[in-house]
Design a protein around this ligand. Structure first.
Ligand code: NDP
Length: 242
């Protein structure tokens, strides 16, 4: 059984990626932190279309939880390989730097950047042994351009972008690609307090993007035909910036 792990698969962009990968024939491990009801809803969408998946709860910022939950799953399923990893789970805590508290810096770094390291390291050895793997990191326009009020988030996403480029060079020979997808404004819970009506004036395509559009790009990157694309950051932002 070929498996795909999507962190933060209970809602938003992660949910759309889970549904897309299941439609491509992957058994999807739907990770989430606490929102079990929404994660079950993602699984239901998958099963309604005759796909398969299962829930795998863990906090991506908690090294021990990753070892226990994800490491435990891998030990219990030696016959199944995680061929695709989508590091999607993320949070933002926007505030101007002069008012930013330690906790606001730390939590954003842990959830968006440290998680990349801990989760990827957990699945990487098996990918290296199988000489096959696709890793896609969901970053942000903020990590490319930097946005005021987001020094923490911009730093974390920028860190993942640099790590994407470095890891791609480490594992390319073993048939593993590592790429990043950088969305602009996408309609999810994360952007529910941002007015599309006001913001669309600065978006050439004149609207927010959809989670399904991001999922389509992820599906392209994990396809076998994309094996020569690695270490790239691909923007999906309606033409705002790249
Ligand atoms: P949402 O807020 O809609 O969903 C966030 C998801 O991440 C949920 O599934 C949530 O799980 C999960 N999550 C959050 N923290 C953790 C954690 N510590 N451990 C495990 N899972 C966690 O976000 P989006 O779908 O909008 O964003 C997805 C990714 O895309 C993020 O990395 C974000 O930074 C990035 N992005 C989003 C943009 C946008 O415009 N929406 C723009 C650019 C980048 P639970 O349901 O359990 O809380």
């Amino acid at each position: 059984m070929k498996c795909a792990l999507v962190t933060g698969g209970s809602r938003g962009i992660g949910r759309a990626i889970c549904i897309k990968l299941a439609a491509l024939g992957y058994h999807v491990l739907i990770n989430f932190k606490s929102n079990q009801t929404e994660a079950e809803q993602t699984l239901k969408f998958i099963q309604d279309k005759n796909g398969t998946g299962e829930l795998l709860a863990f906090d991506v910022s908690d090294r021990r939880a990753i070892t226990e939950s994800l490491g435990g799953w891998m030990t219990r399923h030696p016959e199944n390989t995680i061929e695709v990893l989508v590091n999607n789970a993320g949070i933002k805590e926007d505030v101007l730097m002069m008012w930013m508290k330690d906790e606001q810096w730390d939590s954003v770094m842990r959830t968006n950047l440290d998680s990349f390291f801990y989760v990827t390291r957990q699945v990487l050895t098996e990918m290296l042994m199988k000489r096959n793997g696709r890793i896609v990191n969901i970053v942000s326009l903020s990590g490319l351009k930097g946005l005021p009020g987001q020094t923490n988030y911009s730093a974390a996403k920028g860190g993942v972008i640099a790590a994407t480029k470095a890891l791609a060079q480490e594992v390319g020979r073993r048939g593993i690609t590592v790429n990043a997808v950088a969305p602009g404004f996408i309609k999810t819970d994360m952007t529910e307090n941002i007015s599309e009506k006001e913001m669309k004036a600065i978006i050439p395509v004149n609207r927010f993007g959809t989670p399904e559009e991001v999922a389509h790009l992820v599906a392209f990157l994990v396809s076998p035909e994309s094996g020569y694309i690695t270490g790239e950051v691909i923007s999906i932002n309606g033409g705002m910036y790249s």
